[in-house]
Design a protein around this ligand. Structure first.
Ligand code: DHB
Ligand code: FE
Length: 280
């Protein structure tokens, strides 16, 4: 059977992608951020997962405002990075695992989640940047990826509780997959940030650190937050933290914290990385 070996939260800021390509790991601005990924890279080297389920939000690339899906899953053989460019290292398409995708789709359907099923899907920085920052030396991707895209662009966006419950079902689906695979779940995005409007540049370090604390074993306090709470406390784009709660749902009731790091600001964002291990 497949084993869910861990969960990771990561920033997906486009500027991180270009800083990774330029290998600015020891640059004074970037060092406190990149140093936070060293234990994650070492853990990946040791565990060598086969598949990443990446819970991310599309930023208007595959889903534009004319057609937005609340929950979408990729079921393709590969996914092209069609993001802005920014001079990123050129990489082959991200390989998919359509069989696992269809297993998850069937399982989620039984749990009464109605997903948009994408047999073609372009992916953006929300999915690609976390892969880059964790495997900066890769010439080809060392894992297969199943993308799960959650709407944070067009309101109403799904609630934190709904996302957590979706994550619970994703976790159960992974653990019921009859293949000997090691699976890691990513929740990308966050933390507090607002990219436009009067509060552009808003970051709430106190909220971010409290969120990182509670997601370990007081996640119910976070799933009680409304979209308005997120926007008020974490800025309009801080609502991306529902990706983290989806990942957390997949890991089951209890987790062990293996590593975390927070640094702000990076670009316009409070950036947190966490490595969590499910506890049976
Ligand atoms: C930034 C953060 C994001 O989540 C994003 O999608 C784009 C940019 C930023 O901090 O610059
Ligand atoms: Fe984003």
């Amino acid at each position: 059977m497949a084993t869910l070996v861990g969960g990771i939260t990561s920033s997906h800021i486009p500027a991180v992608g270009i800083a990774t390509t330029k290998r600015l790991f020891d640059d004074p601005y970037w060092k406190p951020f990149f140093d936070g990924y060293v234990p994650v890279r070492e853990w990946m080297e040791k565990v060598k997962p086969d598949v990443v389920i990446s819970i991310y939000n599309d930023h208007g690339l595959n889903f534009f405002l004319d057609q937005v899906s609340t929950f979408a899953i990729g079921a393709a053989h590969h996914y092209d990075n069609a993001d802005e460019g920014w001079g990123l290292k050129t990489m082959p398409p991200v390989p998919g695992d359509p069989e696992l995708s269809w297993h998850i789709i069937e399982a989620l359907n039984k749990d009464e989640f109605d997903l948009t099923m994408c047999q073609e899907m372009k992916v953006d920085h929300g999915l690609v940047v976390p892969l880059q920052v964790i495997w900066p030396d890769a010439e080809e991707w060392p894992v297969k990826v199943v993308p799960v895209a959650i709407n944070t662009v067009q309101h109403p966006v799904p609630s934190a509780k709904r996302c957590y419950d979706l994550g619970v079902s994703i976790g159960n689906a992974i653990r019921s997959y009859d293949e000997d695979l090691k699976v890691v779940v990513f929740g990308t995005g966050g933390m507090s940030h607002q990219l436009q409007g009067e509060r552009a540049g808003f970051i709430n370090k106190r909220f971010d650190l409290d969120f990182m604390d509670k997601i370990i074993d007081r996640q119910q306090e976070l799933t009680a937050l409304t979209t308005t709470d997120f926007i008020r406390e974490a800025g309009s784009e801080g609502v991306e933290l529902i990706m983290w709660l989806t990942m957390r749902g997949a890991l089951g009731d209890k987790v062990k914290l293996l590593h975390s790091n927070y640094h702000a600001p990076i670009s316009n964002t409070g950036a947190g990385v966490m490595l969590l291990e499910p506890v049976e």
